[in-house]
Design a protein around this ligand. Structure first.
Ligand SMILES: [Zn+2]
Length: 365
């Protein structure tokens, strides 16, 4: 019998709510000038923190902590036209980024995208479809209701200069999940193959716009280029959200192969790999399953293409050399297999074992 290696189970906690980030576009007319003004002040505070950091380095003093920076900047919010909560959030974020990378974060300048953080719900108040921040109303495109406690958040600008309000909400869990279980094989030919035999074709959004991108790049129209890249990103995200929601609604256990996409992205398959955006799908499945109380399991997918799902003999196509082999007949039992469906079934089987034992599994059958 054949081992299918390590896998892990996501911890599923039933009692605590979880924190999700919701993103709302701010209506153009109500925002830009004031937010841009504040964003400049944010940069000022950020660079002040950077300056303190440099000074402490020059004098061989320990790095200032987030708390030190908050003390040094206290009282500056009125002068800068910022919320005091924003100043504190910047100091904390500065210390966090610095500690994560062990060096001074980059200076923020005119080219930096606008960013105005706040770290508690006292800074912001919701009123219908508007957010009230620092005594000013910012009207939102309320794409979904805000049903949860606001923990923190920020105003942020994207590359096209649009402003968004990101809210970290503590949302209650709902346990609306299906009763079936599914194994998913992620691939290039079809984006996902389910153990039920269903296949989802890879929507090649990038390919679709490739020619247009080339033309626009030659013409040097940068804003248009950014728009199309954003469009591709949005199309892809929308498609994956629909797919992952459908999967979580229908299943109580979802097993996915743990594929090494960054390794594949270095080979000639790069563009297709990136386009398929497996990692995005997996992270969506992970948090949606958590939220809906379904089980999300990642399984090491080595051998899953080679082992026969009917009898457990190892005679299937191997690795990248045999990628062209889409169908094969098992030498042990004579069953005719579709490569991807067989693999998806194996992923489900080993995921099921992992779910039962909570540990690595020894055999497939
Ligand atoms: Zn067989």
């Amino acid at each position: 019998m054949f081992g299918v290696g390590l896998a892990f189970v996501e911890p599923v906690d039933d009692h605590v709510g979880m924190i999700l980030t919701y993103r709302y576009r701010i209506k153009e007319a109500s925002c830009s000038r004031h937010l841009e003004c504040q964003a400049r002040a944010v940069n000022l505070v950020w660079n002040y923190c950077g300056g303190i950091q440099e000074a402490s380095r020059r004098h061989n003093k320990p790095w200032p902590s987030g708390f030190d920076l908050i003390r040094l900047t206290s009282g500056s919010s009125k002068l800068l036209g910022l919320h005091s909560d924003t100043v504190q959030a910047i100091c904390k974020q500065f210390a966090l980024s610095r500690n994560a990378h062990c060096r001074r974060p980059r200076w923020r300048g005119r080219k930096s995208l606008g960013w105005i953080p706040f770290q508690s719900d006292r800074a912001i108040r919701m009123d219908g479809d508007a957010a009230i921040f620092l005594g000013r109303r910012y009207r939102l495109w309320l794409s979904r209701p805000i049903n949860g406690e606001i923990c923190c958040g920020n105003f942020a600008q994207d590359a096209r200069g649009r402003w968004y309000l990101n809210l970290d909400l503590e949302v209650p869990k709902d346990s609306e999940h299906g009763t079936r279980e599914v194994g998913i094989d992620l691939g290039l030919k079809s984006l996902a193959t389910f153990s039920t035999g269903e296949k989802i074709e890879a929507p090649r959004f990038y390919r679709k716009y490739e020619q247009a991108l080339v033309t626009i790049q030659r013409a040097g129209r940068k804003p248009r280029l950014r728009t199309i890249h954003a469009k591709i990103r949005n199309c892809r995200k929308h498609f994956l959200h629909e797919l992952s929601t459908l999967l979580v609604r229908g299943n109580r256990r979802i097993c996915v192969g743990k594929i090494n996409s960054s390794g594949l992205a270095r080979t000639s398959l790069a563009k297709a790999v990136l386009d398929a955006s497996w990692s995005q799908l997996r992270s969506q499945l992970r948090y949606k399953a958590m939220r809906h109380g379904a089980e999300y399991i990642e399984v090491d997918e080595r051998l899953t293409t080679q082992v026969c799902s009917a009898c457990g003999a190892c005679g299937g196509p191997k690795g990248r050399e045999d990628l062209v082999v889409r169908e094969w007949v098992c030498g042990g039992c004579g069953v005719r297999h579709d490569r991807d469906i067989n693999s998806a079934i194996n992923i489900l089987v080993s995921g099921r074992n992992v779910g039962l034992q909570g540990t690595e599994i020894a055999s497939l059958s």
